[in-house]
Design a protein. Structure first.
Lengths: 257, 334, 289
């Protein structure tokens, strides 16, 4: 059984600097995997490579058995690999429901021309998508903000909306870029619970970049650790906790625990 | 701020929705009726000519607005107008193709050229794109001036035939006015349908947050090219139609100053919605005439109005109305 | 005329035009580098400089160097005022700022038409005679332009490198936030940078006045060329503007001499598109992260 996502010896150079060197890991469709490492370890670069924002200098990335290197991010989303962003996570001037409808763009089975002439089929397809989006809003406790401008939401609300937008694209693998940064402990715990529920109910695999150790340890089936652009450890949370290399990499940092 | 989706009914307020849709609908019917009987109200040929200019300027402005809806500014819009005019004029004069077909041809050709240019140029970040459209527009003008064997250079093309609809020549101003009105209604309807559809959804997403749009599965470069090609193609077709009314074409007919004028109309009227482009054209087209007494200061007033609007009324004339009618009828492009 | 004379003349003219392009481009790129503003009115300040030189030299009959100083100062101050009142409001909105500078250019150009009329005016040469080197003869008026432009640039360079004010401006260009933290008054830097930028354009116009004529419409082409140079050399790169300016002047002069000006202009556009496709940051520009 081949993995959903296979990252195969990817490297990324910026000028003379090696941001990422020979990193390999894979994700199966029933896993939540965490990607951790001290600041500057290359986690964001890794994320950007997998989601197609930039191309690797070397190596291969396969999703569902097909190479996604060199594809536009919008095409990768169409294949079922969707990510969130740390900053500017929403469309600030549109309503919350419109935000989610935009996220569902690639997953809306309507012909573009059909939507121009408002055919019966187009109306039906958009109706179904609208219902799906409304369900997502309820799932993420955003239903009462349906008609509000996304820019007016609280920080936590915008983060949840960012996840709703990503979920609207019907991902097989959801990549979350520091989803609980800036949230208080209670909100972070709620968020972790939400991800677990979504993973189980919708059968979505998750790749998570985070600094919040408690969340990562409690949520992930497996953890990959990067340091200075290289993978230094991979395994279950208990193993990673005890791994000497990991502890050394984080020595002096506030992140652990 | 947008309303909910285009094709789905707003479930929260069904009755209000019905009421809300009546007012703008009625307004449109009234305006259309007024436009139809306008020639009866003002038999003066000059005002009829002005009305025709307003209609065409409105088309130029809203087609530019289509390009702007993806967050791009084109400084070569008048170059496409001119290109369409030349294609149509030359097809009529040299190839003896009936003008009505020439107009379609002009639209298609300029649209394709724009698509090709867009494919190359739209890779560039906002500022670079604007600069290069400016440069390319200048080159278009240079070609029109210097390719004398085809365009007759500065002397221009004369004797361009009028449009003939099924043997019925549009040779009087009155007839052409109704043709212009029909063209205007056609363009407005098309763009309205487009912006209300998934295309509009894609355009507005790109204008608001490019990175998030791409990550939502919207192929940004594809839709930018589509907006640019459609906007420029419509401008080209409109330029072609206009030239069969004016019946004379030279490189001076459409210049960079016109590109600035279309931007001015769009900004003054309001970039946020299509009504803005129409309002801007309505307000600014008669201005040079009204200011004729000020000999030479007309353009300065133009520039001053643009600056004033940018500084003090950035939403344009439309934003004055929006404060009055709290809910608006159409989903606006942002 | 022999081939070598033709080439020598093309070379000299290329340097003259190149000097003008260099001054225009340096000013343009300075404003973009520091303030992220694309100034579509840049060419109009060139035109104003030409007019200032025209009036002070022809009507008031002042020594040319004084004319240059007056042109630079008056238009520099005008630029500072314009920046403070009309451009700063658009600090957070790049596109609207661009359109605003378009509006300003329309106002300035038509203001000039209103005040001076559309007809071009001729300006006499500042110096007469030619310098003979071997079989070639170079007009002093042309050599003067090249020398003056070089001098102006050296003064500018020294200002940016050696003075506290110049270093402060470069700090703002590199990283506005850090500059703020260091206590640099960013709100004074912007009008100053803009003023210097348009003063350079004014000097270019003043120097070129005797060579081309003086009319309200002479600003468009230099601005166009400034764009081309800045794209070639990299938006925000001063060395790029210098190299690009001189290079473009020479390319233009040679291609125009051999193939005519239309081909030359189209070649320049193709060059721009090529550079933008292959190396969007320009020949010497910074690659944007």
């Amino acid at each position: 059984m081949s993995a959903l996502l296979e990252v195969d010896s990817i490297s990324r150079r910026f000028g003379g600097l090696n941001a990422l060197k020979d990193v390999s890991f894979s994700i199966n469709k029933d896993e939540i995997v965490g990607l951790i490492g001290p600041n500057g370890a290359g986690k964001t670069t890794c994320f950007n490579l997998v989601s197609g924002v930039m191309a690797p200098s070397a190596g291969a990335i396969r999703f569902n058995g097909h190479s996604i290197v060199g594809k536009k991010p919008s095409a990768i989303v169409g294949a079922g690999l969707v990510r969130t962003f740390q900053a500017t996570t929403v469309f600030p001037n549109a309503t919350v429901i419109e935000n989610v409808m935009r996220g569902a763009f690639a997953a809306t089975p309507v012909s573009m021309l059909g939507s121009v002439f408002n055919t019966r089929a187009a109306q039906a397809a958009l109706s179904i998508t609208l219902e799906r989006c409304d369900l997502l809003l309820e799932r993420l406790s955003l239903a009462r903000f349906r008609q509000r401008c996304a820019g007016e939401l609280s920080y936590g609300g915008q983060r949840r909306l960012g996840v709703a937008i990503a979920l609207a694209a019907q991902p097989r693998l959801l990549m979350l870029d520091e989803p609980v940064a800036g949230l208080n402990p209670e909100e972070a715990a709620d968020f972790g619970q939400l991800i677990r529920e979504l993973h189980q109910a919708e059968k979505i695999a998750v790749l998570l970049v985070e600094h919040h150790m408690r969340l990562v340890m409690g949520l992930c089936h497996r953890i990959v650790v990067l340091d200075h652009g290289e993978k230094i450890a991979e395994g279950e949370p208990a193993e990673i906790r005890a791994d000497r290399k990991v502890i050394e990499a984080y020595l002096g940092s506030e992140d652990l625990g | 701020m947008e309303r909910s989706t285009s094709a789905a009914i707003d479930r929260d307020e069904p009755r209000l929705a019905a009421g809300r849709n009546l007012v703008p609908g009625a307004a449109i019917v009234i305006l259309l009726a007024a436009a139809l009987i306008l020639p009866q109200l003002t038999p003066n040929q000059f005002y009829l000519h002005l009305a025709i200019l307003v209609l065409f300027n409105a088309i130029f402005a809203i087609s530019l607005g289509l390009i702007a809806s993806v967050g791009q500014i084109s400084l070569m819009h008048s170059a496409f107008v001119a290109a369409g005019a030349y294609v149509s004029a030359l097809a009529a004069l040299d190839l003896k193709i009936p003008p009505i077909l020439d107009i379609v041809l002009a639209g298609v050709v300029t649209g394709l050229v724009a698509a090709l240019l867009g494919k190359i140029l739209l890779r560039l970040r906002g500022v670079y794109f604007v600069l290069v459209t400016f440069l390319t527009g200048q080159v278009f003008t240079l070609i029109a001036l210097n390719w004398e064997s085809v365009t007759h250079g500065a002397n221009g093309l004369i004797g361009i035939p009028a449009i003939s609809l099924l043997g019925f020549p549009l040779s009087t101003r009155l007839r052409f006015y109704y043709f212009a009105l029909a063209a205007f209604v056609l363009v407005v309807t098309f763009i309205w349908l487009l912006m209300r559809s998934q295309y509009g959804r894609a355009f507005r997403s790109i204008a608001e947050n490019v990175r998030l749009a791409e990550s939502s599965g919207i192929d940004v470069s594809r839709y930018q090219i589509i907006a640019f090609a459609l906007g420029s193609g419509i401008a080209g077709a409109a330029g072609a139609a206009m030239i069969h009314y004016v019946r004379f074409l030279s490189p001076d007919s459409f210049t960079f100053n016109d590109s600035i004028a279309y931007i001015t109309m769009l900004v003054v009227g309001g970039r946020q919605s299509m009504i803005g482009g129409i309002l801007g054209a309505l307000f600014l087209t008669p201005l040079p005439e009204a200011l004729r007494g000020l000999a030479g200061a007309q353009h300065i007033v133009y520039g001053a109005i643009l600056l004033g609007v940018l500084l003090f009324l950035p939403g344009g004339l439309v934003s004055i109305g929006r404060g009055y009618f709290h809910k608006t009828s159409e989903t606006e492009p942002t | 005329m022999s081939y070598s004379t033709l080439l020598a003349q093309a070379g000299l003219n290329g340097l003259v035009i190149g000097a003008m392009y260099m001054l225009m481009a340096v000013g343009f790129t300075l404003v973009f580098g520091i303030m992220r503003v694309v100034n579509f009115a840049h060419g109009e300040f060139y035109m104003l400089g030409a007019f200032a030189a025209f009036f002070t030299y022809v009507h008031w009959e002042m020594p040319f160097i004084v004319c240059l100083a007056i042109a630079a100062l008056t238009i520099g101050i005008l630029g500072m005022l314009i920046e403070r009142t009309l451009i700063q409001p658009f600090r957070s909105d790049e596109m609207s700022g661009m359109i605003a500078t378009l509006a300003i250019s329309v106002i300035i150009q038509n203001g000039a038409v209103l005040l001076s009329g559309p007809a071009p005016r001729a300006m006499p040469d500042i110096v007469r005679g030619t310098l003979a080197i071997g079989p070639f003869s170079f007009p002093w008026s042309r050599l003067l332009v090249i020398a003056a432009a070089a001098l102006i640039f050296i003064v500018f360079w020294l200002f940016m490198e050696r003075t506290r004010l110049g270093r402060a401006m470069r700090a703002v260009a590199q990283d506005t936030e850090t500059a703020l933290i260091q206590g640099i008054r960013v709100n004074y830097m912007y009008p100053l940078a803009f003023g210097i930028s348009v003063a350079l354009a004014a000097l270019a116009g003043a120097l070129m006045g005797p060579i081309f004529s003086v009319s309200p419409f002479i600003g468009l082409t230099p601005m166009l060329k400034a764009f081309v140079v800045v794209i070639l050399g990299g938006l925000g790169s001063v060395p790029g503007a210098v190299v690009g300016g001189l290079l473009l002047g020479l390319i233009e002069s040679f291609t125009a001499t051999i193939w005519g000006s239309l081909v030359s202009d189209i070649l320049q556009l193709l060059l721009v598109i090529l550079i933008l496709l292959v190396r969007p940051s320009g020949l010497l520009g910074q690659r944007e992260a």
